[in-house]
Write a protein that binds this ligand. Sequence first.
Ligand code: KG4
Ligand code: ZN
Length: 330
Amino acid sequence: MTLILGLESSCDETAAALVTGDRQILAHRVAGQEAEHRPYGGVVPEIAARAHVDRLAPLVEGVLADAGVALADVDAIAATAGPGLIGGVMVGLVTGKALAHAAGKPLVAVNHLEGHALSPRLTDPDLAFPYLLLLVSGGHCQLLLVEGVGAYRRLATTIDDAAGEAFDKTAKLLGLGYPGGPAVERAATDGDPRAVPLPRPLVGSAEPHFSFAGLKSAVARAAASGAHSVADLAASFQQAVVDCLVDRSRIALAACPGATAFVVAGGVAANGAIRAALTGLAHDYDKRFVAPPLWLCTDNGAMIAWAGAERFAAGLTDPLDTAARPRWPL
Ligand code: KG4
Ligand code: ZN
């Protein structure tokens, strides 16, 4: 069975994993950078790139040791080549190139978004193409029809902020710190989701696009009024995001009757309220709902290794002069 080493370094997680072509996750390790970025209330690209330099090589040695395999046993090296913070992307990609060159193995340059898009197939062997995917991360908020490896039809995107970005900015303005999504979700558990009236941008419009900038500004105004608790603000914000994601996904579901499943992936898919609401929506449309386990939603090496495995199986490898791409639409 093919064995793929995957490297991820496009934002603030350094990660490596060993995954087989038949979906065995032999080893995976993730090193976060919360302590480094927390004093700044968000990810500082230069600090992130330096942290990736320090951590990636030991992580690679670690997963090889965990799985009890040698680099020579690996069939291909998959590395994120974009999109993301370019310094970090370069660290992972150049490490992947060096390993591929040293071991005489092919390189698979993976689009980070493709990593998220295919990740549900790693843990769900029955998930067949085409499926409707809601991809919600820190940098992206899209509805995609995933028709096959490398075949993605984008149905909708955000016209301003991504959903995760809205969580992160809201956390910052509510004083909940970084990383924002999990902090808002925790604060929301004690709040009333109907306490603070907030807008639902674009809800009801015929095109399934997203918008979150106005919502974040409304939270800022409500917080400044001093009339609401942080818990109520967090819960009301989270409910507004849920309502936007559900309303927009409904249009895409209606437009894609042939989809085998409704799937959510990306860091924001770790949110319990969002998973619960999307489960109900899929049920309304008689679709199977698929969401990867929480650890596979946020950035990790296994999703890059798996996308690498899918591409490698399709005969798709990349030359060693492949460029890192800060922007790279699917
Ligand atoms: O996919 P990811 O790890 O990195 C990117 O590719 O962007 O997603 C990170 C985003 C961050 O904005 C983070 O706040 C958000 O996912 N996130 C969450 C939760 N966990 C992570 N948002 C809401 N609720 C969560 N539990
Ligand atoms: Zn991501």
